[in-house]
Design a protein around this ligand. Structure first.
Ligand code: E4P
Length: 230
């Protein structure tokens, strides 16, 4: 399973990218808004804000040289297609995120037919994932955490989509999204997700285990002790 970072914060991406384990990045309007307001920037117009957004997308794509999902804000198919083409022109690595709505499916089909990679997002059912794949989506993003919040099992949805895609030879990649903790990553890997897109804090938590830290301490202290006895 490939690991993506779920953020629009360039510093977070730079830090995780340095570990050599990152295969891509996903953003969404909430993550972009958070990253830009966190930076404390002020914008004199919506156009200026959108310009900054596209600048961040381009910067991320140039940094990671791997797929970066950027979400179209339009809600009609023509608007989604126009935005998608503009975002795709920012870098060969940009993937267009569209919600799984009738407009989103129509836009996905049009963009896919023109060779633009689409990540169909806000997926909460296997049927939505089937529709997205049939509209030409290269990626589908089931939201594990938000499904868990409703009392259902997000990872079970990943497992079901995997089974359907394998049964019918569907090549769209499953991105396990809305990841809330390291166990989601393990479960998504076991359920057959192609990718997990992981928030920065959870990504860092994947690495940590107290016994690893204790083990390093022990190795170093034993080594120091031996050196004293030489
Ligand atoms: C993918 O990028 C999704 O937009 C993201 O994982 C959603 O996460 P959330 O449910 O925590 O907002």
């Amino acid at each position: 399973m490939k690991l993506y970072l779920d953020t629009a914060n360039v510093q977070e991406i730079r830090e995780i990218h340095a570990m050599g384990v990152l295969s891509g990045v996903t953003t969404n309007p909430s993550l972009v808004a958070k990253a830009l307001t966190q930076a404390g920037e002020r914008f004199e117009s919506e156009a200026a804000f959108y310009e900054r957004f596209t600048g961040v997308v381009r910067e991320i794509a140039e940094l990671v040289q791997a797929p970066v999902s950027a979400e179209a804000l339009s809600t009609d198919a023509d608007g989604m297609v126009a935005e998608g083409k503009k975002l795709a022109a920012l870098s060969e690595h940009v993937v267009i995120k569209l919600p799984v709505t009738a407009a989103g499916l129509a836009a996905c089909r049009r963009l896919a037919d023109e060779g633009v990679a689409v990540n169909m997002t806000l997926i909460f059912s296997a049927n939505q994932a089937l529709l997205a794949a049939r509209a030409g989506a290269r990626y589908v993003s089931p939201f594990l955490g938000r499904i868990d919040d409703t009392g259902w099992s997000g990872v079970e949805l990943v497992r079901t989509i995997r089974e359907i895609y394998d049964l019918h030879g569907i090549e769209a990649e499953i991105i396990a999204a809305s990841i809330r903790h390291p166990q989601h990553v393990t479960e998504a890997a076991l359920a057959g997700a192609d990718i997990a897109t992981i928030p920065y804090g959870v990504f860092k938590a994947l690495l940590k285990h107290p016994l690893t830290d204790i083990g390093i301490e022990r190795f170093l202290s034993d080594w120091e002790k031996a050196k004293q006895e030489l």
